[in-house]
Design a protein around this ligand. Sequence first.
Ligand SMILES: *Cc1c(COP(=O)(O)O)cnc(C)c1O
Length: 392
Amino acid sequence: MKPTQLKPETLAIRGAKSQTEYREHNNALFLTSSFMFDSAADGAALFAKTKAGYTYSRTANPTVAAFQARVAQLEGGEAGIATATGMAAIQAALLTFLSAGDHLITSRSLFGTTAGLISGHISRFGIDISFVSQTDTAEWAAAIRPNTKMLFLETPSNPLGEVADVAALAELAHRHGALLAVDNCFCSAAVQQPLKLGADLSIQSATKGIDGQGRVLGGVVCGKADLVNQIALYVNSAGLSLAPFNAWVLLGGCETLFVRMAAQSANALALAQWLQTQPQVLRVFYAGLPEHPQAALIAQQQSSGGTVLALEVAGGQDAAWQVIDAVQVLSKTANFGDVKSTITHPWTTTHGRMSAEDKLAAGITPGLIRVSVGLEHLDDIRADLAAALALL
Ligand SMILES: *Cc1c(COP(=O)(O)O)cnc(C)c1O
């Protein structure tokens, strides 16, 4: 069967399986740093790339190759390149295509570490950067310059669930000869496929939804083969490669990705709607709510709201910390997309390195609490939060 004949749910389980002579049912784990040559001439041919094959696991490894090919199938991309972390994937996607003198436009509503990478490091290399509104496409258009090389965003945003119009921004980028790169980590390919909306690159932290059980770090960038091959050269040179063991864990994560995302999104929607009725909660942010101001756009881009919601309590940081400290079922940790529900305080953790001014400009307030909804019974998640909120 060709991959194009199979549904994504099937490809998540059966896509890109390679088979050794031992006819193993699960994907083999090639835990080896290098590969042997039949002869000196064979080694020369492999290094000259006149013969296809593996040489060294920083460059390529069969387990990693299976993982990146499987995610590429789910994203609707020709190819994928896996990296050690999601941040490595973002770094590789940016620095493969941006050089001194180029201009990058990016959303103000970025994950804190990504914002730190761009404003603290990428900015040191003579790359001009403009930060614009997550939701106002006209602001992106006004920021375009002759040297604009790339538009970068994540949608929905972390943790407020603000959505960028991927198709409109892809059209804008292409009209000006620029690339659109989308961090798809919040949704995963099970919920949103940015490449199908016109993006050139879809980037994911596989640490989140793809693993889904809080075990390993990983990242992957998918897109057209000519772009991904350029990124692969950077990943190899910079040593950002994904470890084979992590790729093997993440291949297993892909197999349950669709059912996990569907069940967790359903739990998240029900929890968001219940939180809206709680007197201590000022506002609930969730991309799956029917009254979300961008509900029509979300319906075009996403198959569900995803696993992450945020709530704002009155009383600022003290009140938010009181709620977080009181929960007993939810884990106090910054990961999301996990089968275990997690709770965190964006102001002092994920976005802690941003200035107060930048956080407020992005809509992150001291009273905001982020919850990633897992697979526990909804009654238990709700009761845990109800008891914590009752303290306010
Ligand atoms: C976690 C995260 C990343 C970084 O991924 P790591 O695997 O932790 O390096 C990037 N973007 C978003 C939106 C994230 O949530």
